[in-house]
Design a protein around this ligand. Structure first.
Ligand code: LER
Ligand code: MN
Length: 271
């Protein structure tokens, strides 16, 4: 299992659960100094990412790009993949495709989290889930040209009614004709929704493509009451080889949150 840390470039998301906020250059250099393997970037859109410059920063720091988030499509532009309006749905899919194209150049994947829409508020839930399935189908097929999956994140009930558990996520992915979509299992959301986090990861099995590595209170790993021993055991059992990515509040501050996660990552992966 490899280590990863989130960098947010989205001012509108200040106060949100992202660790580093100090721009790409400084954040990537700092993550490199701490020995992280990769970064996950939450960007307002592809227009702020210069692929050549980003590639150089990553090379100098010895890091990979693991993923690009698509959440700014919702946070900044109010786009969602389950919008009842067909034109808005198309705009949301186009936004996701652009992020897939940008990430794909780096062998990185795009993440669908808040872009899935809350559902249940607008239109009926089954229709909304159908729109999400169509969008995952589209994005999964589009991502295949880069040999990367599209990654879909179930969220807790206060953020979405689409899929809140790993089992719901697996059922959705199994209903697709593409097999190029994987699940992002965020331990914070799972702590709210799952009866047993380790067992849920076993249900996720081969579909688990990314982990948001965070504690029960969304602070860095080690600052809450999550039981990591059984979680790591389950990830080993399913032969998970992907990232444990710090997506947590920058508590008590971004640098200490990054250091704390790295200490916890080393502790849990080396014992
Ligand atoms: C949102 O709660 C979250 O966990 C992010 O990874 C998705 O945008
Ligand atoms: Mn997450």
């Amino acid at each position: 299992m490899k280590s990863c840390i989130t960098i947010s470039l989205v001012e509108e998301a200040r106060g949100g659960p992202f660790v580093l906020w100090d721009g790409l250059e400084k954040s990537i250099a700092f993550a490199g100094e701490l020995g992280y393997d990769a970064v996950e970037i939450f960007s307002p859109g592809v227009e702020v990412i210069d692929p050549d410059a980003l590639g150089k920063m990553l090379d100098v720091a010895g890091l990979k790009l693991a993923a690009l988030g698509t959440g700014a499509g919702w946070v900044k532009h109010q786009l969602q993949l389950a919008d009842p309006d067909a034109a808005k749905r198309q705009q949301a899919r186009d936004f996701v495709r652009q992020i897939i194209d940008c990430a794909g150049q780096f062998g990185a994947f795009a993440i669908i989290g808040s872009m899935q829409g809350p559902s249940g508020k607008t239109g009926d839930a089954k229709t909304a889930l159908g729109y999400l399935a169509e969008a995952l189908e589209d994005g999964g097929q589009h991502a295949a040209q880069y040999n990367v999956p599209l990654v879909y994140e179930p969220l807790n009930r206060y953020e979405t009614k689409q899929c809140c558990t790993v089992a719901d996520g697996v059922a959705l992915l199994e209903s697709l004709s593409t097999d190029n979509v994987r699940l992002l299992c965020d331990l914070f959301h799972m702590n709210i929704e799952e009866a047993d986090i380790a067992d849920a990861l076993r249900i996720g099995g081969k579909w688990v493509g990314h982990i948001h590595f965070v504690d029960s209170n969304r602070r860095p790993v080690g600052c809450g009451h999550m039981q990591y021993g059984r979680i790591i055991e389950a990830l080993r059992e399913i032969d998970y080889q992907g990232y444990l990515c710090a997506e947590a509040f920058p508590y008590p501050d971004p640098h200490e949150a990054a250091r704390q996660t790295m200490r916890a990552y080393r502790y849990w992966t080396q014992t």
